[in-house]
Design a binder for this molecule. Structure first.
Ligand SMILES: [Zn+2]
Length: 70
């Protein structure tokens, strides 16, 4: 098999070349924080934090509703 290494299905770290998961924020080998690669994800790191904050807010609201309903 003479397949050229293409960072398509498995993106690689730009520093050490280790295979990094498509949703991994950091390289497992060298710990480099990856920039969002080639339009794969609309959400950047800031977007991920924003999404996490929104989920946390929804979670807290649901907890308050459940606590108020008792
Ligand atoms: Zn790396």
């Amino acid at each position: 098999m003479t397949a050229a290494p293409q960072p398509q299905a498995s993106p690689t770290c730009v520093v050490c070349g280790a295979v990094v998961g498509p949703d991994a924020e950091k390289c497992p080998s060298c710990g480099l924080t990856r920039p969002t690669a080639q339009g794969g994800s609309v959400l950047g790191r800031r977007g991920l934090w924003l999404l996490a904050a929104m989920l946390l807010a929804v979670y807290v609201i649901v907890l308050l509703i459940v606590a108020a309903a008792r």
